[in-house]
Ligand binder design. Structure first.
Ligand SMILES: O=C(O)CCC(=O)C(=O)O
Length: 223
């Protein structure tokens, strides 16, 4: 969906991320390692922020973004609750994230997991934009096997079965992709020399969810 976040909202998110990052570390959210101690791993210097909505009012507000919530509820055909926010810097040279299904981690019962992946700046093949496998949304949860950690900061991956076709998306600043928890997705390294690929990634489940991995609690009411 194009332009879910306005240019001002994208800029505001980047500004808040900068302000949190300036603190160096926030327990339960991130801990940055100075470049001089990171052994060349830029993701140690720019680690993703986990659950920034738990420590920052603006991230909480954007987890509840009215246009996101309206789309989620249309897709889910019920009320949704927020379970996760993440902010990715993905600086030049950063590794990607191997193919996976979010439902593998979320373990919702019933399984209604939906992601809202918002580009805070243009994302494409060069800077490690999101890759989704078309034809994968109704697959069962697949086995995870060890993967190439030279290209992925995560260590395990699913192998897309026949009929699941990887496609790299081109997303403009403010665009949001909504996708279900069974969709196989991931990304390649950021091969740009200059461009970050900053994104806000939030996860939701239907309000009728009975059980869920503990990592995603407490859930957040969206209205
Ligand atoms: O943004 C990426 O590179 C991958 C993000 C992702 O796979 C996820 O949030 O589950």
């Amino acid at each position: 969906m194009e332009g879910v976040f306005s240019p001002e909202e994208c800029a505001q998110t980047l500004e808040r991320a900068d302000a949190l990052y300036a603190q160096g570390r926030i327990d339960g959210c991130f801990a940055a390692v100075p470049a001089s101690e990171a052994g060349g791993d830029v993701l140690k210097t720019y680690p993703r922020m986990m659950h920034p909505h738990r420590v920052d009012e603006m991230f909480m507000r954007f987890l509840k973004h009215p246009r996101v919530v309206a789309s989620l509820e249309q897709l889910l055909e019920q009320k949704a609750v927020g379970i996760q926010s993440m902010f990715y810097w993905k600086p030049p040279g950063a590794k990607g994230q191997a193919f996976h299904q979010d439902s593998f981690y979320v373990r919702g019962e019933p399984d209604t997991c939906l992601a809202a992946w918002t580009a805070l700046e243009d994302a494409d093949q060069e800077n490690g934009g999101l890759i989704v496998c078309e034809g994968s949304k109704d697959l069962p949860i697949l086995e995870m096997i060890p993967t190439d950690t030279a290209r992925s900061f995560t260590e395990t991956a699913v192998v897309p079965p026949a009929g699941a076709t990887p496609r790299t998306l081109r997303m403009k600043t403010g665009d949001t992709l909504f996708f279900g928890g069974r969709v196989i997705h991931g990304s390649e390294p950021n091969r740009s020399r200059t461009r970050f690929r900053r994104s806000l990634i939030c996860h939701y489940v239907g309000a009728d969810t009975k059980s869920l991995s503990e990592f995603y609690r407490p859930t957040v009411a969206l209205r």
